[in-house]
Design a protein around this ligand. Sequence first.
Ligand SMILES: [Zn+2]
Ligand SMILES: [Zn+2]
Length: 217
Amino acid sequence: MTRKFRKPCVQEFTKQQENDAGIIMSIHSDPARETMNCPVCKTQTLLPIELENGLPAYHCETCSGTWLMSNEYLRWLKNQPQQAVPEIEATPSLNLDVPIAKTCPNCGYFMLRFDVLPGHTLIVDRCSNCNGIWFDHQEWDALSARGLHTRINEFFTKPWQDKLKSIESHQKLDTLYREKLGEADYQKVREIREWIRKNPHQAMLFAFLQSDDPYKI
Ligand SMILES: [Zn+2]
Ligand SMILES: [Zn+2]
């Protein structure tokens, strides 16, 4: 995707903002440094761009990574229409991460890495001090294509990370059962399980199945 370059602008900041889900995103109020270097390429200066309409960001021309200030993101987010929460779909696995520890181009703190999508190597780096966010090449576009670019703030919360772990563990066990039982038996046992769970005589069905001789009193 080609990005429109822009001139650096004077930014407005608030001390604390809260999104509709009640997640406090940022208490950092300093403006972005005038010159910031790419956290991947180190010496390449980040250039100001307009990432989306009305969303200023900073772009590395060498590695195509993108830096986003949290206050600018929040201000843009406030003007975005409410969208239905998209389900995370199984898609061919993406591997977009540049797997190195990065330091914040804005304040120099180490950035924390957050897994975002189950089954994909899409890891967003976030500064624990100024809350700025780094997207490696194509990460923003991959999130945007899934309608997740308006939910970035949720990635750093426990509910999102817990959901991610739960989906990943489900996927792992699903693969394991399929391998061990074989496709036909796995499907059959899943159907039986569903039938038992919905049956009003669930306890009796379990007892019948588990008993060596269900006709013996
Ligand atoms: Zn770079
Ligand atoms: Zn920072």
